[in-house]
Design a protein. Structure first.
Length: 568
């Protein structure tokens, strides 16, 4: 059972809850409100009563471990006991789309509960017990440091973490420790080997079979440390439930999937170490990126073949087009270099206020163009982060602010992986401008292009998030009507049209219910809608507007667990 008196329990619950949201999404709900109440909800789950449970969605073992989620009524288009995930798209480094999902919050709370339930006997024992360090020695994507979960993703840079942005952890020192440890670990494994090969698993998350979660419980390291097999069986069930009861594929962008991936790949690590026995070779893995080091290039080719043979057991494949053979003396991975940035733009660490003139703007553009040609996107991201930090502190003034705004906006179109960083900075510029209207006009002009070219992507989501913040009520109504006239409305974007005014969300609620009825082809919507993708905007409305729309929002059919997450 969970020890709620332990000092790390509540913090870990909050970290896991934060991990439900992909780090590059803009604020959607009042996440702080959810975090304030997550411990209370977890305590309620553990105090579950027989006969009249507060949350009737969970099926327990005798010792109150959740083994399934079955007392729900899913929409007709969902098979079995599943729920509908919310889908949107992020961008890979090459600009192609990566499908991302937001799982149902009720289901995700069961994941938080069970993960804390096994924390001591699985995660702490695996990552913090010196006797078991051999099991994690080749992983650079460990999920626990000290007594806490640590959430990180491949696009983060240490500079951005240092500046307090783009991190899901409350403990910034812990984040820094992870990145420092990762860099030292890489150098230690590489040693003075002359060559390396990097392998990438093809469509890793979409190709993971949920049933393999239950199978790995019987393999090392878990069989060796006596891990609770029920947790692995639960993960199999959980991933099916949040993904339309499908057994192939787990959602990307969610910490539950990062954990599952790490648990699975630790078993792969075990088999790779057996293949390496007696060979002069180094091995390091970050999630699904596998790197070998050696002085013998033929040996690297042999290991690449061995890895594919091992992955066959998990129905996974190496992406041959991404395999990279390198000479370690000349290879240098593109990473943000904060020292170089501050040499170019000393005002980004200067005390007091700096006024940037036309020469400063020209200098900035020249350097950014050089970075774009060199495809050094991490460096640009860090520059945008530092600009945002200094602008937020009031340390920067601009003689030609509109020109800066327009050029920074262009960068999102130049490289779509910059969209999140660009819009964060644009939002702050608009917030600090004396007259925001010219800036909003620039954004509005690009809306049709973005809706056409980047539908359901982070680009479109950020675009609507920023614009809707600065519309008056009449403008917001018109933008809402224009948006819902489009087909395939995204529930994430609908959240940005929720009004904080009491009894002012009639149109939005009506749209959601009518859309759900159309999808579900069933008049009985009240018991099902919160297990569809529409739970997200309905929960946001419930957070800010107490009006009892359709006599549903304050009814017994609105899930009690969600009510407890948003009310004192």
């Amino acid at each position: 059972m969970i020890d709620f008196t332990a000092p790390n329990t509540e913090e870990n619950a909050k970290i896991l809850l934060q991990g439900m949201w992909y780090i590059e999404l803009p604020p959607i709900l009042n996440h702080q409100l959810l975090m304030n109440h997550i411990k209370k909800v977890l305590e309620n789950i553990q105090k579950e009563k027989i006969g009249s449970p507060r949350y009737p969605y969970f099926r327990y073992t005798e010792d109150l471990f959740i083994k399934d989620i079955d007392k729900i009524t899913p929409p007709n288009y969902i098979r079995g006991k599943g729920s509908e995930a919310i889908t949107y798209y992020a961008f890979k480094k090459n600009g192609s789309l990566r499908e991302m999902q937001i799982p149902n919050l009720i289901h995700y709370c069961s994941f938080i509960y069970n993960t804390l339930y096994v924390f001591e006997k699985l995660y702490k024992d695996l990552y913090l017990n010196p006797a078991h360090q051999n099991y994690v020695q080749n992983s650079d994507s460990y999920v626990v440091i000290d007594d806490y979960f640590v959430i990180s993703t491949e696009y983060e840079s240490l500079e951005e973490i240092n500046d307090g942005l783009f991190t899901t952890l409350n403990n910034k020192i812990q984040s820094n420790e992870k990145f420092d440890k990762s860099r030292r670990h890489y150098d230690e494994i590489q040693e003075a080997y002359l060559y390396s090969v990097k392998l990438d698993i093809e469509s890793f998350f979409p190709n993971m079979y949920t049933h393999y979660m239950e199978k790995i419980a019987k393999l090392a390291p878990y069989s060796s440390i006596g891990a609770d097999e029920r947790y692995f069986k639960y993960l199999d069930t959980f991933f099916q439930r949040i993904n339309n009861n499908q057994t192939k594929g787990i959602p990307a962008g969610v910490f539950s999937s990062h954990i599952a991936a790490e648990l699975c790949m630790l078993c792969v690590d075990e088999e790779i170490r057996k293949e390496m026995s007696g060979k002069d070779i180094g091995y390091l893995r970050f999630v699904d990126d596998i790197t070998f080091f050696s002085d013998n290039q033929q040996l690297l080719e042999e290991m690449a073949t061995s890895v594919q043979r091992i992955l066959n057991k998990y129905r996974l494949r190496v992406n041959g087009s991404k395999t990279e053979y390198r000479s370690n003396g000349t290879f240098l991975e593109k990473r943000a270099n904060k020292k170089q940035i501050l040499e170019m733009f000393p005002y980004l660490e200067a005390e007091g206020v700096t006024c940037l003139n036309s020469d400063s703007f020209l200098h900035f553009k020249h350097y950014i163009v050089t970075l774009l040609k060199d495809k050094n996107i991490p460096q640009i991201k860090t520059i945008l982060t530092l600009l945002l930090k200094n602008l937020s502190k009031g340390n920067l003034q601009f003689e030609e602010l509109f020109s800066w705004f327009c050029y920074i906006f262009i960068l999102a179109f130049e490289n779509i992986n910059l969209a999140c960083h660009v819009y964060r900075l644009l939002d702050k510029i608009i917030e600090t401008a004396k007259d925001p209207s010219p800036y909003i006009t620039v954004l509005k002009k690009k809306t049709l292009w973005i809706n056409t070219q980047y539908k359901d992507t982070l680009f479109q989501i950020w675009h609507y998030y920023v614009i809707t913040k600065y519309l008056n009520s009449e403008e917001q109504d018109q933008w809402y009507e224009d948006y819902i006239s489009e087909k395939d409305i995204n529930p994430v974007i609908l959240c940005f049209f929720v009004k904080d005014k009491e009894n002012d969300n009639h149109k939005l609620v009506t749209t959601i219910i009518e859309q759900f009825k159309e999808d579900c082809m069933d008049k009985d919507w009240k018991s099902k809608i919160m297990f569809s993708k529409w739970w997200l905007p309905l929960l946001k409305i419930k957070m800010v507007d107490t009006y009892n729309y359709y006599k549903y929002m304050n009814s017994s059919e609105f899930p009690q667990l969600l009510i407890d997450l948003i009310t004192p």
